[in-house]
Design a protein around this ligand. Structure first.
Ligand code: FAD
Ligand code: NAG
Ligand code: NAG
Ligand code: NAG
Length: 380
């Protein structure tokens, strides 16, 4: 008999996992706490490795078309008068791996993946907040905030940074910790000064105590994001703030990067909306499952965004988990335990490197004074 699987979360990992499972004959169902149309977040980078996973589902070309490939990369130092530190042609480098590296709106990506899952007959229930998990024998029960419950053979937590499924798998462990860094960013219609640039040119600027990035996400829009240290904890709800609020205007004019060259000023001034979010971490655990419940993506291993690894590592988790579940058929307590354990053995070391690397990169980006100057001149 085919197994039933409940997936919590329809962000990035949830719909990809569901489609891969469906592909193998398993019938998944997704529950998501947000409403179907909510637009939130900024942008994600999708790497060549991830396109190989999306290609199994026949979705790689479609995701490429939703965003802008990174063809050219330039790094500047604001402290050294805006001089170029590094300039690289990245397009051919990435394509040698079989696929490009693509930047796209996170809301667009998530909606596209959710719609694709629905289009393949996977039920997606919105406005369903998981509050508890129960496991008895070989059945798992999920309890939602609206009082309803649901039951299946397996449960996968794709519910992100503050995962409720993680509370069941790793009870009493650490809550997400604020890392002392915030990001503010937005979307801006491509400013005139960039209109003559080579398509797909991404820029980053290292400044004193802050870092700025500006990259196209399609033919007409650019993403910008600046990172800096802020002692007061800033929550991440990823809500988009209206640019017309006086508080938003004040926040933008107060940014260190607000007066920077190389297009930073123009990108900030032209924003159509902005968002602000704190960066969080959780202790890396080497067990991501309990019984018939397993974690994927940020629910297992949140990573700071500086190396663009979160969504990509999440989709690679999906690939390996489904591959190992296929190998483990028939799915019984013992074969599941072996599959989940192997999944952890493969993924924990790789993901740990990505999480540590991204954290280090974040620290480098907000150095100030002499440390910053030394870092910039040594590294490049
Ligand atoms: C709204 C939003 C916007 C984001 N924007 C960006 C961005 O601009 N840039 C960036 O680098 N990263 C962003 N992220 C984080 C990024 O998506 C993840 O780091 C990465 O893609 C890993 O994906 P994931 O599927 O594991 O987790 P997520 O993408 O975080 O998805 C988790 C999903 O689970 C849902 N969920 C959470 N708790 C429950 C619950 N109790 N019951 C039911 N559903 C639940 C969430 O609503 C969400 O849809 C965003 C996350 C969210 C939720
Ligand atoms: C570019 O991306 C933005 C944000 O997702 C979207 O509103 C706009 O319609 C896109 N434009 C094109 C030409 O795809
Ligand atoms: C979401 O569910 C709650 C009940 O839990 C209900 O009151 C609310 O109207 C629902 N919202 C939407 C947009 O469906
Ligand atoms: C902000 O104000 C401008 C000009 O008054 C207007 O054109 C735009 O639609 C407003 N944007 C939002 C998000 O309210």
């Amino acid at each position: 008999m085919s197994k039933s699987v409940i997936i919590i979360g329809c962000g990035i990992a949830g719909p990809v996992l569901a489609m891969l499972l469906k592909h193998t004959g398993i019938e998944p169902v997704i529950y998501e706490c947000k409403t179907e149309t909510e637009q939130a977040g900024l942008a994600l980078g999708v790497t060549p490795q991830t396109f190989k996973v999306l290609n199994i589902l026949g979705l790689a070309e479609k995701v490429v078309a939703l965003g802008q490939s990174v063809e050219h990369f330039i790094s500047y130092s604001e402290l050294l008068g805006g001089t170029v530190l590094v300039e690289r042609d990245t397009g051919s480098l990435f394509r040698r791996l079989g696929w490009p590296m693509v930047m796209l709106s996170r809301a667009r990506d998530s909606h596209f993946l959710c719609d694709s899952a629905k289009g393949r007959g996977i039920p997606v229930h919105f406005n369903k907040t998981l509050i508890a998990v129960r496991q008895a024998g070989d059945r798992v029960t999920t309890v939602f905030e609206d009082g309803t419950t649901s039951e299946a053979d397996l449960l996968v937590g794709c519910d992100g940074l503050h995962s409720a499924v993680r509370d069941f798998v790793l009870p009493g462990t650490d809550a997400a910790q604020y890392m002392g860094l915030v990001q503010i960013g937005g979307f801006t219609p491509t400013p005139d000064i960039f209109k003559a640039s080579k398509p797909g040119t991404s820029r980053q600027i290292f400044g004193d105590g802050a870092h700025f990035m500006g990259m196209p996400i399609n033919d007409s829009q650019m993403l910008w994001v600046t990172t800096f240290a802020e002692p007061d904890e800033a929550r991440e709800n990823w809500r988009r703030l209206s640019i017309n609020d006086s508080s938003s205007k004040e926040m933008l004019s107060g940014l260190r990067a607000a007066g920077w060259g190389n297009g930073a000023k123009e990108l900030i001034q032209g924003s159509t909306f902005i968002t602000k979010y704190g960066l969080y971490e959780r202790t890396m655990r080497d067990v991501w499952h309990k019984g018939r419940v397993v974690l994927v993506g940020d629910a297992a291993h949140p990573t700071s965004p500086h190396l663009g690894q979160g969504a990509n590592q999440a989709m690679e988790d999906c690939y390996h988990l489904v591959r190992l579940l296929c190998k483990a058929e028939p799915l019984e307590d013992e074969s599941l335990e072996a599959a989940f354990t192997e999944y952890e053995h493969i993924r924990v070391p790789i993901v740990s490197l990505a999480v540590a690397g991204a954290k280090k990169e974040g620290e480098n980006r907000v150095m100030s004074g002499e440390r910053h100057a030394k870092h910039v001149t040594r590294e490049y």
